[in-house]
Design a protein around this ligand. Structure first.
Ligand SMILES: O=C(O)CCC(=O)C(=O)O
Ligand SMILES: [Fe+2]
Length: 775
């Protein structure tokens, strides 16, 4: 073994001094550091003594940047640290230093930031810390941007450029330092533990978010965000520890899923399936949430740092690709069931990425040259499905983001050619995106219409915003030639469905899109209405069937002929436009039924759950009488159902027990019109007279137009209920033992109405249902 040189105390001190001054940012040229000398020193004391020599050095470096501003002397200490940590034995000393990761009951985020070795480096920031903590250095914002009126634009721009440059030197230095330590397997874990703790302590609890004595500084969280984003940079192939395909969904579930302890980050020491990429991914998502996003909205003027915003967008773009891969990639339509993995990560992640997109669209230059295709696909896909993105807040945000991309809105007032360029790229995004061309307009309409029917009136402002944003978008798309084909089919809907609904229900509601001739003379209520004489009461055609579903519950499939259906639609259209016609009833103070309703014979009033002669809660209108042709149709269908229900019963049995379905003569008809988003919750029909209910007098229901899902069961429980699809022409009868069934209409199935019916009547998309009862 070669003889090694022993270092005297003075020689060691001299070398360290040389290290420190040679890394001092080039501000003064320090003494020459002989090549290989540091390496030599490390080698010699690797087994013993290295910690004694270097621990105080690390402490000094930490101390030297306490309360230093970005314009202060932090570069030298940072460079020294980077250099020292590039020697694995010194990296080991660093992570074993008593200040590397202070732990204990009282170490909150603030304490950790102040007392850990790297904390003061992360703390260096342009963002002023809470004034409670004072600052020995002048606040950079004031120093560089004071007296803006009297300074030239160039002057201010060059101040910003200097600040951006020094901040990037800080991020680069810290990134390099961490990479140096992460490269060595034995020192990797303490880095992760430290970073995870730093993030977790800032995430933990609402109190920590508000209390400046507990929470870390905004600046440190932004710096940490920047450094984490660099660590997640998938392009830096050689150096990268972050591998896209290593994002383990199981890990997500543990950290974000229903069983996780409120989504805290756990650096999973020593686990077999340990993945650095997962740790980075989760840590970055979290620190962006508490750090960058918050700071961007609070201190946007100080933070006009496009690079960090772009890096965050890149990270979120990766997140979008990852999220979409959980639901079968960028394909439409989305699967109707979605994996638990997706369910457990979605809202926090999606909320953040939308917020980032919104913030970025307000920061000059942040979206320049950034390819938004994947975000657009994501948005179009998830607008489609309230199942996947259910939270109304998120749907509102999605529309807000899209709205901010409308090309004409892209003017920052900074530089007109820049905004023109961005408008062009936004226009190209809308005009050339295949998925958007096909689905965006319909999906926006769907959101628009849904927003009308969801939530209570208290959320008026929110509803207003989402509808205004959606309408603006629809108006923009309307002018874009490439959307014309998708638009044509929605043109009528737009005119007939969206705009009238803005004016709300005091106006009459036409169940047919373009009025047929017959409807132009609006029927006025007369005591004995003119009956259509030409009703053809032919019996069902071949291929239709009648079925006992349960005792007392009978389905006459396709029993109403198209001619019947046409007559009924015309009758409902005419009556619906007249006095006592369709309206959208309230069922309590805040909420309306998700359908249009009108009643014949007697008025059923959902808010009081009873029958009255006038609809006092709305316009005091009387109910028109039930036309005779409908009474006859009910009578015939009921007899068919009774015969079917009693098949197999002997005469004596029939005389003794009566029919399973007693006969009735309706004096009430409730007519519902469900638009595509219409529905009716689980209920029993039990507001008829006690005698009627006791005898089990049946309810006879006619369905016309688009098919609807009808669920029914013995309990008020949609999950145990059974399902039928009621198509146009179906008659469903429930009486006798089935009279008190709970039932609901959870869904209307788009585009299922018979063409012949639509051709004759121009019935709107949606479903018409008539239920006949005897009070
Ligand atoms: O639309 C349907 O099929 C059911 C309507 C209903 O249950 C009702 O109006 O009470
Ligand atoms: Fe009902």
């Amino acid at each position: 073994m070669a003889q090694v040189k022993t270092w005297s105390k003075d020689e060691v001190e001299d070398l360290i001094l040389k290290v420190l001054s040679s890394t001092n940012g080039g501000r003064f040229s320090g003494p020459y550091l002989p090549p290989g000398s540091l390496n030599h020193l490390v080698k010699q004391y690797e087994e013993d003594g290295l910690a004694e020599i270097f621990s105080p050095v690390f402490s000094d470096l930490q101390q030297s940047v306490m309360r230093v501003s970005p314009l202060g002397p932090f570069q030298g200490p940072l460079k020294a640290l980077v250099l020292l940590a590039s020697f694995p034995p010194l990296a080991k000393v660093l992570v074993n230093h008593s200040s590397w990761h202070p732990q204990g009951q009282f170490v909150n985020a603030r304490v950790l930031e102040v007392s850990s070795l790297l904390g003061p480096f992360f703390h260096i920031s342009v963002i002023p810390d809470n004034p409670l903590f004072g600052s020995s250095d002048p606040i950079v914002g004031l120093q560089c941007f004071s007296d803006p009126e009297n300074r030239s634009r160039e002057d201010i721009n060059s101040s910003s450029a200097i600040i951006r440059t020094v901040m990037h030197q800080l991020y680069t230095g810290l990134h390099e330092l961490l990479l140096n330590i992460l490269r060595v397997p034995e020192t990797r874990e303490p880095v992760l533990q430290y970073l995870a703790d730093l993030v977790q302590k800032n995430v933990k609890g609402k109190a920590a978010q508000r209390n400046p004595f507990i929470r870390g500084s905004n600046g440190a969280l932004v710096c940490l965000s920047a450094v984490m984003l660099r660590l997640c940079e998938p392009d830096a192939l050689d150096e990268s520890f972050f591998k896209k395909d290593e994002i383990d969904v199981g890990y997500m579930l543990r950290n974000f899923g229903p069983c996780s302890t409120c989504g805290l980050i756990k650096a999973e020491t020593g686990q077999a399936n340990y993945s650095l990429s997962c740790e980075f991914f989760v840590l970055t998502a979290r620190v962006l949430n508490v750090g960058l996003l918050k700071a961007l909205s609070d201190f946007s003027t100080l933070l006009r740092d496009v690079t960090i915003v772009k890096a965050a967008l890149k990270f979120y773009r990766f997140m979008v690709v990852w999220l979409v891969s959980l639901v079968g990639d960028f394909n439409m339509p989305l699967p109707t069931s979605f994996p638990i993995e997706f369910a457990s990560v979605q809202e926090h992640f999606i909320g953040d990425l939308l917020e980032m997109l919104l913030l970025a669209s307000r920061i000059p230059g942040a979206l320049d040259g950034f390819v938004l295709d994947k975000f657009m696909s994501f948005i179009v896909m998830f607008l489609e499905s309230p199942l996947h993105v259910a939270h109304p807040y998120l749907r509102e945000k999605v529309v807000e983001v899209l709205n901010s991309w409308i090309p004409s809105k892209m003017s920052y007032g900074v530089c007109s050619c820049q905004s023109k360029f961005l408008s062009c790229s936004m226009a190209a995004l809308f005009e050339g995106h295949q998925m958007a061309l096909r689905y965006l307009a319909p999906n926006l309409l769907k959101v628009y219409i849904d927003s009308e029917f969801t939530g209570s009136d208290i959320q008026f402002c929110k509803k207003f915003n989402i509808r205004r944003n959606a309408l603006e978008l629809l108006e923009y798309l309307r002018q874009v030639p490439s959307y014309h084909s998708s638009w044509k089919q929605y043109d009528e809907l737009m005119r007939d469905r969206v705009f009238p609904s803005l004016e709300q229900s005091s106006q009459s509601f036409d169940i047919c899109l373009a009025r047929s001739k017959e409807a132009q003379t609006v029927l006025t209520f007369a005591p004995s209405p003119q009956e259509p004489l030409h009703v053809d009461m032919r019996w069902p055609r071949n291929g239709r069937y009648n079925r006992i579903i349960e005792p007392g519950l009978i389905l006459l499939k396709g029993w109403l002929t198209i001619e019947h259906q046409v007559e009924i639609v015309r009758m409902c259209q005419q009556l619906g436009l007249g006095p006592g016609g369709f309206y959208q009833p309230q069922f309590n103070e805040q909420n309306k039924l998700h359908l249009r309703m009108m009643c014949l014979g007697m008025q059923w009033q959902p808010s009081v759950r009873s029958y009255q002669t006038r609809r006092t809660a709305f316009d005091n209108a009387l109910a028109p009488p039930i036309p005779g042709f409908l009474l006859r149709a009910v009578d015939k269908s009921l007899r068919v159902a009774q015969a079917l229900g009693d098949r197999g019963k002997s005469r004596t049995e029939l005389i003794a027990q009566g029919s399973t379905l007693p006969h009735m003569v309706p004096d009430i008809c409730v007519i519902n019109f469900y638009e595509f988003s219409g529905k009716l919750g689980m209920h029993q029909d039990k507001d008829e007279s006690q005698t009627s209910l006791r005898k089990g007098l049946p309810v006879v229901s006619f369905s016309i137009g688009d098919s609807g899902e009808f669920i029914y069961g013995r309990y008020n429980d949609p999950f145990t209920a059974r399902k039928l699809v009621l198509d146009s022409g179906d008659v469903l009868i429930f009486g006798g033992p089935s009279r008190m069934l709970f039932h609901a209409v959870p869904k209307i199935i788009n585009n299922t109405a018979p063409d012949a019916l639509l051709g004759e009547t121009n019935l709107r998309p949606g479903r018409l249902n008539l239920t006949f009862r005897q009070y």
